[in-house]
Design a protein around this ligand. Structure first.
Ligand code: ADP
Ligand code: ADP
Length: 228
């Protein structure tokens, strides 16, 4: 599902963010990406959805070779994966329903299919009763669950989450993890960058630790391994 071979990323200003990474992530895995600030976690994740291009090496995601993919095919790549950010990135002028439907309207799905798909993902994130609310009318945890619903509405094989609990209090964060685990149990691969030590050490999964742009640890049921 994700294959990186001898991947390097140097930013135009000369910062060497990723320095020779080899990694393989299979369908159905749940992987935490951990490491100190500035270690290269975000860059590692951005390479997976072609927000950044590798300077050297190959990155293959969902059978797309991201170092070689044409600009015109990037929207097709993006539809094969879902992305969730720390700051939710919901559109404030649209309702919960509309925020999720938006992703389907751009690919011109029929209205009835859209409705079925949106209500289905709202059920997965336990928010069917909030469909008509606007983002400012719901809590932070609920906003993040809407963002997750939007990310999975196209049925992506891979869900990428960059610090999804970074803006949430502990109780709310556990709720988000429950939803992510349910999505993973349905077969979706999840890659999640996080600083949340309690979550990583309690809900044990594969842990990839990035330090200085390299993989310092890669353990099947790893621990967070840093003080926060
Ligand atoms: P992390 O997510 O682990 O905090 P990042 O991938 O954001 O690490 O950053 C790795 C290194 O690359 C840091 O030194 C950071 O300052 C640098 N960096 C990140 N993004 C850019 C960019 N767009 N241009 C230049 N340097 C960057
Ligand atoms: P969560 O644990 O999901 O973050 P909260 O404890 O923050 O939930 O919120 C509890 C309830 O209060 C939620 O059902 C939410 O709909 C409602 N709520 C929270 N913030 C707001 C707000 N700014 N406006 C309206 N309702 C809100």
């Amino acid at each position: 599902m994700i294959e990186m071979k001898d991947v390097w990323k140097t930013y135009p200003n000369g910062v060497m963010a990723i320095n020779g990474i080899d990694v393989s992530i299979s369908k159905g895995e749940f992987v935490y990406v951990v490491g100190p600030s500035g270690a290269g976690k975000s860059t590692f994740i951005k390479l997976m959805y072609r927000e950044e291009k590798p300077t050297k090496g190959t990155v293959v995601v969902n059978n797309f070779n991201l170092g070689k993919i044409k600009e015109s095919r990037i929207p097709i790549l993006r539809r094969s994966l879902g992305i969730v950010f720390q700051d939710f990135k919901l559109l404030p002028q649209l309702t919960v329903y509309e925020n999720i439907a938006f992703a389907l309207e751009v690919i011109e799905e029929p209205r009835s299919t859209i409705k079925r798909s949106v209500m289905n993902v709202l059920e997965i994130v336990h928010l069917k009763n909030k469909a008509r609310f606007y983002p400012h009318e719901i809590s932070g945890g609920e906003q993040q669950r809407v963002a997750i619903a939007r990310a999975i509405v196209n049925n992506p094989a891979l869900l990428i989450a960059d610090e999804p609990t970074g803006n949430l209090d502990p109780d709310t964060s556990w709720g988000i993890m429950k939803v992510l685990e349910e999505i993973n149990n349905r077969g979706t691969t999840i890659v999640m960058a996080t600083h949340n030590k309690e979550i990583v050490n309690t809900i044990r999964k594969r842990v990839i630790a990035i330090e200085g742009g390299r993989i310092a640890r890669d353990e099947a049921r790893g621990l967070y391994g840093y003080e926060r």
